[in-house]
Write a protein that binds this ligand. Structure first.
Ligand code: AMP
Ligand code: MG
Length: 483
């Protein structure tokens, strides 16, 4: 049954033009008493949605009996390498309601997470608890505020039904907005099918996400290049704000290059390259410093899926992919270096920059300096870690760095640093505290935190949002997948 309301969604579901192997039509649970918990008005406006309908009645989307007009819910099939092991997956607790097309023809997946079990649930309950859904809302909006490509969150609705994990928790559903939910894992799934289906799917992806490549003679090779480029840039951006995704399995790597799937992710406070927060990442596979390496590993899995499309001669196909995969490190380093130059106020490039940035990071590691605030306050040494600034090494470093910024560039350099270094990240202790309160029925600290992370480059009125998590907190802090 559909609702008389459209909520302004202009659905045009191109995924349904793919062969049926790629998805399954799906129903949505009928929940007892859905209610809006948080609604992203600004995003709704960007998407040209009906704000008053969503605000007043949006929660009925969580009621499987009343879908918005023209919604055609499906769950998508995919596979993935999870902690390096290949698994057949698919949307186990999510559905794609449809693809919303705006007046400028931009296309967005409107996705419900926590909407009940699907054919891909593998014994899971298909549900989500409120804490992890609010967490995804917060972190995805934080990345967006930081200017980093990411799926976004239109809202979270409580379902009125409990979800049973170690204890009974309030259930919730997230409305996720993405360029698409096509993952490296979707290609891994396509590669298990006949070659004609893999080709059909790859052409669909090119048309949808990389239309400039449609008429290229070597379009699959160009697709590989484009995906490598987008991932190298994305991971460089993560590294430069201290973001740790936490579960970079291939099913959690998006082909259009958005950050996706915010389970055990967190931002690092004190700088340490081996930082890992995820409770299930016992060997640190997805530690902060490993993210570029894992990015390349995942892209290698992607390249393997399209080998049959690159050449009829498998050896030729392999050679081509190796060449492109080999460029990942260089593209990543260039992107990282460019952002880091801006973070320390350099308007131009010099061969010495890499060494200079590495020296700063090494001092930050020694003194366990806060990643975010060290960059933000680099021109105000009084606000930096006194142990670090009083050292001879830092003194020498600052002399060298200051020599790279001539007097006539100083104002511009300062402006560049202000645009490149956030004041606010979602600090781990604040995230945990706000989610705990929300789960107990007090949502206000969460609303306040969402407001604080929206404009991370402006100094917050309340210094409460600036303070790093304590060392003791970070040493024991663990994140969970939220399943
Ligand atoms: P994730 O760790 O969120 O990337 O999820 C990995 C896989 O597990 C995906 O196929 C999810 O759809 C599935 N999954 C996670 N939680 C549940 C759940 N509660 N019920 C069914 N499937 C789930
Ligand atoms: Mg996932």
């Amino acid at each position: 049954m559909t609702s008389p309301l459209s909520f302004g969604f202009n659905f045009n579901n191109s995924y349904l033009t793919l062969p049926k192997d790629f998805y399954t039509q799906q129903t949505i649970n009928k929940f007892r008493a859905p209610q809006n918990i948080i609604f992203n008005q600004e995003l709704a406006q960007t998407l040209e949605l009906n704000i008053s309908e969503l605000e007043q009645e949006g929660f009925i989307i969580a009621n499987g009996n009343k879908l918005p007009q023209n919604a055609q819910p499906i769950s998508q099939a995919y596979c993935g390498h999870q902690f390096s092991h290949f698994v057949k997956l698919g949307d186990g607790r999510a559905v794609l309601l449809g693809e919303h097309v705006t007046s400028n023809t931009s296309r967005f997946d409107i996705h419900l997470k926590g909407s009940g079990p699907t054919v891909y649930a593998r014994g899971g309950d298909g549900l989500a608890a409120m804490g992890p859904m609010l967490r995804e809302y917060l972190i995805s909006e934080a990345l967006h505020g930081l200017g980093i490509p990411t799926t976004r969150s239109l809202g979270v609705m409580s379902t009125g039904d409990p979800v049973f994990r170690e204890t009974a928790l309030p259930g919730a559903m997230l409305i996720r907005v993405a360029q698409s939910h096509i993952r490296v894992g979707t290609f891994e799934y396509a590669a298990t099918l006949e070659k004609s289906l893999l080709q059909n799917f790859s052409d669909y992806v090119i048309k949808r996400h990389f239309p400039a490549l449609i008429n290229e003679e070597v379009r699959y090779e160009k697709l590989l290049q484009a995906v490598i480029h987008n991932q190298a840039r994305l991971i460089a951006q993560w590294m430069c704000v201290g973001f740790i995704h936490g579960v970079m399995n291939t099913d959690n790597m998006s082909i259009p290059g958005e950050s996706i799937d915010f389970g055990p992710c967190a931002f690092m406070n004190r700088y340490h390259p081996a930082t890992v927060f995820s409770s299930i990442d016992r060997h640190g596979r997805y530690a902060y410093q490993n993210q570029p390496i894992i990015g390349q590993w995942n892209l290698t899995r992607f390249a393997e899926t399209i080998l049959p499309l690159l050449s009829d001669d498998i050896e030729v196909a392999k050679e081509k992919t190796l060449e492109h995969l080999g460029s990942f490190k260089q593209i990543y380093t260039q992107q990282w270096l460019q952002i880091m130059r801006h973070k320390i106020g350099f308007l131009t490039a010099s061969d010495d920059d890499l060494g200079l940035i590495e020296d700063l990071l090494s001092m930050m590691e020694t003194h366990q300096a806060d990643f975010t605030l060290t960059f933000r306050h680099l021109n105000e040494p009084d606000l930096l870690d006194p142990g670090m600034t009083s050292s001879e090494a830092f003194h020498q470093w600052a002399l060298k760095r200051n020599q790279r910024i001539p007097e006539h560039q100083q104002q511009q350099s300062q402006q560049l640093m202000e645009k490149s270094n956030p004041f606010v990240i979602p600090r781990n202790h604040l995230v945990e505290e706000s989610l705990e309160q929300a789960t107990q029925g007090n949502i206000n600290p969460f609303y306040d935190l969402v407001e604080a992370i929206k404009n991370p480059f402006s100094q917050p009125k309340d210094s409460y949002y600036l303070k790093p998590s304590s060392k003791e907190f970070e040493q024991t802090f663990k994140t969970f997948c939220g399943t």
